[in-house]
Ligand binder design. Structure first.
Ligand SMILES: [Zn+2]
Length: 474
């Protein structure tokens, strides 16, 4: 059965045909390419077939249903380029800890007992929050050290239920799980690689998902696993998702272990020869930035997580000027702790402005570009999504009805600095409506909350978080 409809807004922000970061006229009030007034997006069978003047499209297709009353904004679905949705049951703890303390005190113990069901339910729970903040595509990394559990496969279950598009990876780490050089250590490496293959196979059956090989952190993997992983990626043609240069301690530890920085180590391993998206990229030298640019490594900037963990400030303007593709991520449900992508957009701008003491250093259009077409490019999906153009898949968002988008003197600024999930009225992924009239329809929010409460309580007990004083759930 053919599904065909129009989505109408006072402004349609196509994010198509934009000049590069150094080529744009940044004078206040300068014309913004790609912003159409009184326009519609025409969708047929999950594909965008036209983006044009509303009166013209409505007159040409009088029988088609029209979503939207001609007010508000229509934008491409936002792309969150770095998160860990399966942490949805372990959120709201340890926000006063540094990254290393948080990893040791919370993420490690949770990962040791997390099941595939926990991962699926936590993912579906946090997917609601993502969809309700306008996200249609997510780059998820599942992290656990529950050897043999295949818990990572739960993320595919959760994302499929939610109807989200995305890229899925298992950010494995094996340091400390067995005596180095022992048979047990070799067995752990073999199991991690087998889970990667199982996850890739599971993803192959999910039409909206793609697989990447996950490396939690370079320092979290033994040299044996790092080498075996790069080999497997070469054999299978896989891209990679990892964390890189997130905190200063990482550089010291890498120098102590290998004699050089993690960016250099990733390059030496051959990891940069694969399509690579790296979370964070906060602690970078000029040589590191040049290396990322040379190898077309994309950075997923997660400003809220960087601020919560006190990690530092990603050199976003420097990276973009060097030609590095930068996307925006919320980061995990346990280190943000929310999954509100609109908040991440605003923070991405504000953090740079206050850090550089310059309100022009990153503006609203820069941020929206990073959260849409550049995020899609960072994941190798810009041929499918990231902008509203004929031929692309119909991932789009209508913001309407609320005070946040009532007055639109500058639609891009109003979206980035003034919008919240309250304003998200409708969301489509691949032409399928997943948010309808300000409510998620792919996942029943109330039922999902009921399902997750007892699972979160059990996780808190089994992971020892209650005993350690991190959780009061009982
Ligand atoms: Zn992360």
């Amino acid at each position: 059965m053919s599904t065909e409809f129009l989505v109408r807004g006072r402004y349609v922000l196509t994010m198509a045909g934009l000049p590069g970061p150094g080529e744009r006229d940044r004078t206040p009030g300068a014309h913004l390419d790609g912003v159409l007034a009184d326009a519609c997006v025409h969708v047929r069978d999950g594909e965008i077939v036209a983006v044009d003047d509303a009166a013209r499209l409505v007159a040409a297709h009088p029988a088609l249903p029209v979503h939207g009353d001609g007010t508000g904004l229509v934008i491409p679905g936002l792309v969150s380029t770095h998160t860990h949705l399966s942490e949805g049951l372990a959120t709201g703890m340890g926000s006063e800890l540094s990254l290393f303390e948080w990893g040791e005190g919370i993420v490690g113990p949770v990962g040791a007992v997390l099941t595939r069901e926990d991962a699926a339910e936590g993912t579906a729970l946090k997917a609601v929050e993502m969809l309700m903040s306008g996200v249609t595509c997510v780059n998820d990394m599942f992290c656990h050290n529950h050897v043999g559990s295949r818990a990572s496969l739960g993320v595919v279950d959760g994302l499929t239920r939610a109807g989200l598009r995305g890229v899925v990876s298992f950010g494995a780490e094996d340091v400390g799980l067995a005596e180095p050089g022992s048979e047990a250590a070799a067995a752990v490496v073999a199991d991690v690689l087998a889970e990667q293959v199982d996850l890739a196979t599971q993803v192959a059956g999910a039409p909206l998902l793609e697989f990447r090989y996950g490396v939690g952190t370079l320092l979290g993997q033994t040299d044996e696993l790092l080498a075996a992983g790069v080999d497997l990626c070469r054999q299978r043609g896989w891209g990679v998702h990892t964390h890189l240069a997130e905190v200063r301690e990482e550089l010291t530890a890498a120098r102590a272990r290998w004699g050089h920085r993690t960016v250099e180590h990733a390059e030496r391993l051959g990891m940069f020869e694969r399509p690579l998206i790296a979370g964070h990229g906060v602690w970078l030298t000029e040589a590191d930035v040049a290396s990322l640019a040379r190898h077309d490594v994309a950075i997923a900037h997660s400003p809220v997580a960087n601020m919560i963990l006190g990690s530092g400030v990603c050199p976003v303007p420097r990276l973009r000027a060097a030609g590095v593709t930068v996307g925006i991520g919320t980061d995990g449900a346990a280190s943000n702790d929310g999954q509100d992508m609109l908040q991440a957009l605003k923070m991405a701008a504000l953090l740079q402005k206050v850090h550089h003491l310059d309100p022009l250093v990153v503006d609203a259009l820069d941020v929206l570009t990073m959260a849409t077409i550049d995020g899609a490019r960072a994941l190798g999906l810009d041929h499918l999504v990231g902008s509203l153009e004929p031929g692309k898949r119909a991932d789009l968002v209508l913001l309407q009805d609320t005070v946040e988008v009532a007055v639109l003197h500058d639609p891009v600024s109003q979206l980035v600095y003034g919008a919240s999930p309250r304003a998200v009225r409708d969301v489509w992924v691949d032409g399928v409506q997943v948010v309808l009239d300000h409510a998620c329809v792919s996942v029943d929010e109330a039922a999902q909350i009921e399902r997750c409460r007892p699972l979160a309580a059990r996780l808190g007990r089994d992971a020892g978080l209650v005993a350690a004083g991190h959780s009061v759930i009982g």
